[in-house]
Design a protein around this ligand. Structure first.
Ligand code: ATP
Ligand code: MG
Ligand code: MG
Length: 550
């Protein structure tokens, strides 16, 4: 429909379809396989895929593998996994830019024949010098007016390995006086004697991005080539290539603003450093915002999609808050995840008047906001674990949890009144004693008396011990992301490992990516790397408290 909320790319596509520029929509996501994808790429993936879907068109995944030095098979595998996980279904439309090296070569010859490209002998330094500046036009290359025959011969020699790396290039012949520096006879082919992952040693010349990209798009029949703002100044070159190479129904490039997150590291080179320096546990460390990290931490594709949608599509650069991403995962999980009992910092609570050796099974709703999620049986006994912070020997005002003489509710169980406690020689509380009121089963009193505090618990005998990991931003937010020397301001407390959290027994069976709410403590997901059968490791995705307001 024509709702006013349609973003500028939808409006542009609507117009193209109405004007008959295109009669369908075909988009692509073209990552360079030189690292893991991050949350910013998710925006591009979901936008490109979303446009294809919205207009009943097609979506391609294409590896931009024109630069053999930086490409790794590991990265291709991770990219495929991430794109699929996000739900961007490219069906069988997986392509590689290197599939088109022959066509690109032919296009280069076509340009030479048209007098639109020439072989240059300028060194990289000379090239820079000749290029000019924003205020000064460039200088013409001494080889600019070579004959077509000579250029064809030299380009063939380039292809046949007669030149060393960097000694010659093929340049487009456009306009050395153009105010747009990208149009000042850009290099379109370079010599690089390198083995390519897919084409092996077939080529020792490789096309430059600005030449290759429009050709890749045109060959695949892309209609709308959606990319980020830094390519805006390259669009005239994109258009020049598609026109001079004479593609029919050529694609149209449209730029949108990148997604940036405040106080979060997204740059590939920074992440790479953290990985190489062993500061994080790989590209999928749950503290990073690569898509693999977010998945491992416990984020869902739905939460990422909600986040990207909330950020919106525009041409204006802006930064989003990580807290908004947290808001999205809470929204997604609050009615999906079971609410379980788990004690992260355990201290024993003994109910002195509860029968010794007895275990009763309490029926507890899995999610009280979603009755259809049913209930489960949870063991309860004389000895329990509660959170250490739920007891205070000398409570401040407004502390409603356990302290000597105070009555509280054990969630879904009984009212208990604290009677005494035991400390070790260091003054650390090791055990708390209480009595319970059998008439309050389920958590309500028969006589209508009220308690102000409700705490959670886990039966000691049946508890499973698990490792639980809590995370903070890997960046010290007080200090900002970067130091003056460009290094990262790391937060030394970005991970807390709890070796012996006490969890209700059902959690011992959880497997990778299972997600739960641990009541009062947040949303957790089972780690896919370090969990073992019967010994899950839990990552906290997010706490329950929100600093984000819609
Ligand atoms: P980085 O600089 O973070 O390494 P990149 O742009 O070099 O990213 P590519 O593999 O070239 O990574 O990116 C593939 C696509 O993803 C490009 O079309 C690019 O514009 C887009 N993209 C990259 N970063 C973002 C971002 N932060 N927000 C939205 N789209 C992005
Ligand atoms: Mg790139
Ligand atoms: Mg890059």
């Amino acid at each position: 429909g024509n709702t006013p909320s349609r973003h500028f790319i939808e409006q542009a596509i609507d117009k193209d379809l109405k004007d008959g520029v295109y009669d369908h929509v075909h988009t692509r996501f073209p990552p360079e396989p030189n690292g893991f994808l991050h949350i910013g790429h998710a925006k591009s993936i979901l936008l490109n895929y979303g446009m294809a879907k919205e207009y009943g068109g097609k979506f391609n995944l294409r590896f931009d593998d024109t630069n053999p030095t930086k490409e790794k098979a590991e990265f291709m595998d991770s990219i495929i996994e991430d794109v699929k996980w996000l739900g961007a279904d490219y069906e069988d439309r997986l392509f590689h830019a290197s599939d088109y090296f022959d066509e690109m070569y032919e296009d280069a010859i076509k340009l030479i024949k048209k007098g639109k490209a020439y072989v240059s002998e300028l060194s990289a330094d000379e090239m820079r010098e000749y290029r000019g500046t924003l205020t000064e036009p460039g200088k013409e290359d001494p080889n600019r007016n070579r004959s077509v025959e000579e250029n064809l011969k030299l380009f063939e020699d380039m292809k046949n390995g007669k030149f060393e790396d960097g000694s010659v290039t093929l340049r487009a012949k456009i306009d050395m006086a153009s105010p747009n520096i990208n149009m000042r006879d850009p290099i379109i082919y370079r010599v690089a004697h390198m083995t390519h992952a897919r084409t092996g040693d077939k080529w020792c010349i490789y096309p430059m991005y600005d030449f290759a990209h429009p050709i890749e798009d045109a060959i695949e029949g892309i209609t709308h080539s959606l990319c980020t703002l830094e390519f805006e100044d390259h669009r005239p070159l994109y258009d020049w290539v598609k026109e001079e190479c004479e593609y029919k129904n050529p694609p149209r490039q449209i730029e949108f603003a990148k997604l940036y997150l405040n106080n979060v590291v997204t740059g590939k080179r920074y992440i790479k450093r953290l990985v190489e320096d062993g500061i994080v546990d790989g590209w999928d460390d749950p503290r990073l915002v690569t898509i693999a990290s977010l998945r491992r931490r416990g984020f869902t594709p739905e939460s990422i999609k909600m986040f990207v949608d909330m950020c919106g599509i525009s041409k204006a650069n802006s930064t989003a808050e990580y807290a908004m991403l947290e808001y999205c995962i809470r929204e997604d999980l609050k009615l999906k995840a079971k609410r379980m009992l788990a004690i992260l910092d355990p201290v024993k609570l003994v109910i002195d008047n509860y029968p010794e050796g007895q275990t009763e099974y309490l029926d507890i709703e899995n999610n009280k906001e979603v009755p259809e999620m049913g209930s489960r049986k949870v063991p309860f006994g004389r000895e329990l674990y509660i959170e250490r912070e739920d007891f205070m020997e000398e409570p401040p005002k407004k502390y409603f949890r356990l302290f000597p003489g105070n009555e509280v509710r054990l969630m879904n169980a009984y009212f208990v009144t604290c009677t005494s406690f035991v400390k070790d020689e260091n003054g650390k509380v090791t055990e708390i004693h209480c009595t319970y009121d059998p008439e309050t089963k389920g958590g309500d009193s028969a006589d209508g008396r009220k308690v102000k505090g409700t705490i959670h618990w886990v039966a000691a005998k049946e508890a499973v011990n698990c490792e639980v990991r809590l995370y903070e931003n890997i960046i010290d937010e007080e200090k900002g992301v970067y130091n003056e020397d460009g290094s990262l301001n790391l937060n030394p407390h970005s991970i807390t490992v709890i070796k012996d959290a006490k969890l209700e027994p059902e959690l011992g069976e959880a497997v990778a990516y299972d997600k739960f709410q641990f009541v009062r403590n947040g949303f957790f997901s089972v780690d896919s790397k370090d969990s073992k059968p019967g010994a899950p490791v839990f990552n906290r995705i997010v706490s329950l408290k929100s600093s984000f307001v819609l």
